[in-house]
Design a protein around this ligand. Sequence first.
Ligand code: SF4
Length: 462
Amino acid sequence: MSPVNAAGRVHTSAGSLGTGASYPHSMASARQIHVGGVPIGGGAPVAVQTMTKTETANLPATMDQIRKVAEAGADIVRVAVPREKDVDALRTIVRESPIPIIADIHFNHTLALKSIEAGAHCIRLNPGNIGGPEKVGEVVDLARAKGTPMRIGVNSGSLPKHLHALERENPVEALVRAAEEFVELMHRLDFQDFKVSIKSTSVPNTIASNRLLAQRIDHPLHLGITEAGTKWSGSLKSAVGLGALLADGIGDTVRISLSTFHAEEEVKVAWEILKALKLRERGPVLIACPTCGRLQFDMDTVVSEIEERLRAYDDPIEVAVLGCAVNGIGEASHADFGITGAKDEGLIFSRGKALRKVRTEELVEVLFEEIDKYATRREIVVDDAASAAAGAEWLAEIEAENAGEMTPERMAALEKAKAQESGGGEDVLAAAGVEGADEEADGRRGLDEDASPTAGRRFTRA
Ligand code: SF4
């Protein structure tokens, strides 16, 4: 039975899961572990991790990928250790990596023991496929002695045999039961230094099983959608599944699994999810209008170029790209920097004010000149007052000429005003005008701090 009901809400009725549990918002896991120097759980920032795609024993290729993912913002990276030669490479990798290393072990507990000895910062294993509780116990004993944490995980494709019947009847309960059994095993072995993952190719089952698990255990949770797919579909599936859980306060570290050899792409997607939920900050945020028939320049190319160039910046500045000046700066008035283009000319603006008027083909270049000036001076300065004044005038003229046009932005303002009218009797038509956007003109609006599910769990880069 699917855990998603007709209204699209994940539910766990007693009939579907046999628990009768409801899901209040839970906070991140109470317990905390440390993978190298990175705290996981216990209120720490949600850690971004990925996994190398290279043969681990190929040191140059593996180290190259590790450096790339670290550069892209990975806090931790996992490497597969299926052979002895990978353990040999692991020693060097641990020594040279800029971020902590997790050794990924399946079926062979000897490799787990050797990986701990090689200095891995964490060992990932599935207690169900490592050869029985005694062998798990051996690994745990050494991990305890060396202070090495572990990730224990279950996958929908590899549940223990005794749970197969339950899996057919209730896959979510079967996943959670398997994870709980492994947690109980760790407790019996008197080992607490671990995090837990439940992974499924099904987004609804991933959401439901992690919600249920978060209610039953207080160990840190690693989130991911198994075999999510290509960069496009896998990113979306991951955003839906992980986004729902993270918004509920569930999940302490995330890995996006994409079918690409470029592990750094997984890291970028993870960061976009965390940034979208305002859980962490990293680099600029790009906003762009969806475009419509009023567009008069090649905005696709311009937005792509801006997005690419912004990757080189660390500051969490907000940059807006508007396809036309018909609405003025409108809803992008809070952006730190922005451009609004037209056929021949465009405007560079900052926090609602014109900075420079330039030819359309210069928009991107001049935008980055202004961003770079800010990066150096740490303040926004109008260097060319005449150009700024010309830009403001140009904008006002376009706005006046198009005052009657029902643009998407004005329709949105109209709807908003209509809603306010039903509650408070505001002037609908006036609010639909250009000035209607002014009320959004300060700061990062649109985020209701009281209602936000991620309030109180935000972390800046520092
Ligand atoms: S009217 Fe709005 S959506 Fe259309 S191009 Fe202009 S800014 Fe973009």
